[in-house]
Design a protein around this ligand. Sequence first.
Ligand code: ATP
Ligand code: MG
Length: 417
Amino acid sequence: MSTLQPVRGTHDLLPAEMRRHRHVTETARAVAERYGYLLMATPIFEFTEVFKRTLGEATDIVTKEMYTFEMREGESITLRPENTASVCRAYMSNGLQQELPLKFFYAGPMFRHERPQKGRQRQFHQIGVELFGVPEPAGDVEIIACGQRILAELGLADRITLELNTLGDPESRKAYRAALVDYFGQHLKDLSADSRERLERNPLRILDSKDAGDRKVVAGAPSFADYLTPAAADFFAAVKAGLEELGIGYQLNPRLVRGLDYYCHTAFEFTTEHLGAQGTVMGGGRYDYLVETMGGPATAGVGWAAGVERLAMMLLAEPPAPRPFALVPIGPAAEAAAPKLAEALRAAGLAVDLGFSGKVAKRMKRADKLGAPAAILIGDDELAAGEATVKDLASGQQQRVALAALAAHLRALPPPA
Ligand code: ATP
Ligand code: MG
């Protein structure tokens, strides 16, 4: 281990990478606001119970992936592996039951101790939305439409597929669960050790096992569709009709599950073939029983979360970098005067980079590298005259401008190509 390396599964976000991230989160936030989902944030750690109770003791996240610490006071806290449970906790802590329906958008880091690979990190970032207090299928349709629009505005629309399934209501789920236990019980010897373990605790989870042997068994498993109550079937039909009404295409995937008990009705994922094995960029569904599970009042909920790293990897165009003007002083007197001039231009709202040291040629090179639209040269001559030389770095043309008029002049320059 070298303490000069980032911890396995974590990454620095240097400016170019950070711009991609920010483009994803900013685009998402702006689109979410158009749907009325407002940015909020919860702490990055919570009492362990918040996740343990909600995610269920039988899930991979709780059994293997949580970063849990004992505090000096003896309390157990956990770095959030996902944000839905935290948002539900915040909904209860802040007594927001009277304000339904509530629409939240969030963005931030999550932590899971899993095997790092492309598109899978131990600290990663998610954006997500949660809608509370809307039990109608229109809520499911709205959050999917919002997710779809975010992906479209990121330029990803033609490289993603919406996969859709239903997990029914508790009654349907109970019947389906029993059918699965029965079916998988007959194929025990062909299941992986992991899946055999899941059989009693969480048989639905076997459906999305990635093990090749499991997948063969899963191919013959009963379908949820055959166990839906009429009410659950109606709900699913309404979600599908709502999506069709909005022109949102989807593919039914009866194997798509979110294995947690508090999920019901809609489950969906936006997937891509452009990211190798880590092909899910966004996943979500309805969780009408979650708040109750946490000890709160019965509150309908539906939402999704998306991986920022995976979305950032899919961007085709680099988000543009800022292009500051380069202030290049020539000689000691100009050098001394430069910080004040830079400050005045920044106060006037302009971006100005001051390279601090080095010969003029080196500073001009830095100006080019930053993509500066123009360099502001000041030498003894200019200082004496109360002027600056503005050099257009695209055309090479130079012009003397009075310092008093400099900010207005720079602002009026045509934007760089
Ligand atoms: P996967 O099947 O890829 O493990 P998941 O079901 O664990 O995903 P969710 O908990 O639904 O994922 O999280 C929503 C999204 O967050 C995922 O679709 C993915 O884009 C992203 N995500 C989840 N875990 C990671 C991770 N370890 N590194 C990077 N992104 C992740
Ligand atoms: Mg996972």
